[in-house]
Design a protein around this ligand. Structure first.
Ligand code: ZN
Length: 241
């Protein structure tokens, strides 16, 4: 299954300009004098590395030369790690989190509140929320967000699978009916649009809806907060005990 992750195009990281230009023939000393081309496997490695987000040609060459110099065990460790993630890591059948079995660690944990589903955009959002140790429900990872301008519609995210979890409790972890959905999209234009779309669809399915409260980031003065953050902070204010 291929999803639009919204991050595939994140190639904006600047190439370091101070990196020394690799000496083209440093590893090919056979001295045929027939030009500056690397041996074919080296060319292929550089091309593969350069296709990664944020890695330009020069960085790719630097990484390739690093790997050529590295001990075989170390370099093959990287190759094995890539092989293992591609062969053993998949998406959870329930929530689309990364998993090494049909269901992820969160969905398998029967101590969690399986009637509560927090909808988020990316697996890394789940990691961040889990690190707080504050949330005891389940998740649903959309694997992206709606972006009409980029042609990303509901079929490109896991919205349909979320609706099925609500409609058919047997497709939720433990077969438990979903009682409440919490919308946890990012506070961006696309995130807000996605939340609006989901809210409408979920309301029609009669499930209780809430969304994550937002507020002033710790350490950031009020004068620098955006209007949306201030509005959320006022709306989500709490009683002082
Ligand atoms: Zn799961």
């Amino acid at each position: 299954m291929t999803f639009v992750t919204n991050e595939a195009n994140n190639t904006s990281r600047a190439e370091p300009t101070s990196a020394p230009e690799p000496k083209g023939r440093a590893t090919d000393d056979r001295g045929t004098g027939s030009g500056a081309a690397y041996p074919e496997p080296v060319d292929r490695l550089i091309a593969e590395l350069a296709s990664l987000p944020g890695i330009g040609r020069r960085s790719a060459e630097r990484l390739a030369f690093h790997l050529l110099k590295a001990r075989e065990d170390d370099a093959m460790g990287l190759a094995r790690a890539i092989h293992d993630v591609k062969t053993s890591v998949r998406h959870c059948q329930v929530c689309f989190n990364f998993a090494d079995e049909d269901r992820c660690r969160v969905c398998r944990d029967d101590r969690r509140d399986r009637g509560l589903v927090l909808v988020i955009e990316q697996p890394k959002d789940l990691i961040a929320l889990e690190q707080t140790g504050m949330y005891k429900g389940l998740y649903h990872v959309l694997m992206g967000r709606l972006s009409p301008l980029e042609g990303v519609g509901p079929e490109a995210i896991t919205a349909e699978q979320l609706f099925r979890r609500i409609e058919r409790p047997e497709s939720n972890a433990g077969g438990v009916p979903v009682r409440e959905v919490i919308l946890g999209m990012n506070p961006t234009v696309e995130g807000e649009g996605t939340a609006l779309y989901l809210a409408e669809e979920l309301r029609a399915r009669g499930v209780k809806l809430s969304r994550l409260a937002r507020g002033l980031p710790a350490g950031a003065p009020i004068e620098f907060a955006s209007k949306a953050v201030l509005a959320d902070a006022i709306e989500g204010r709490r009683n002082v005990e």
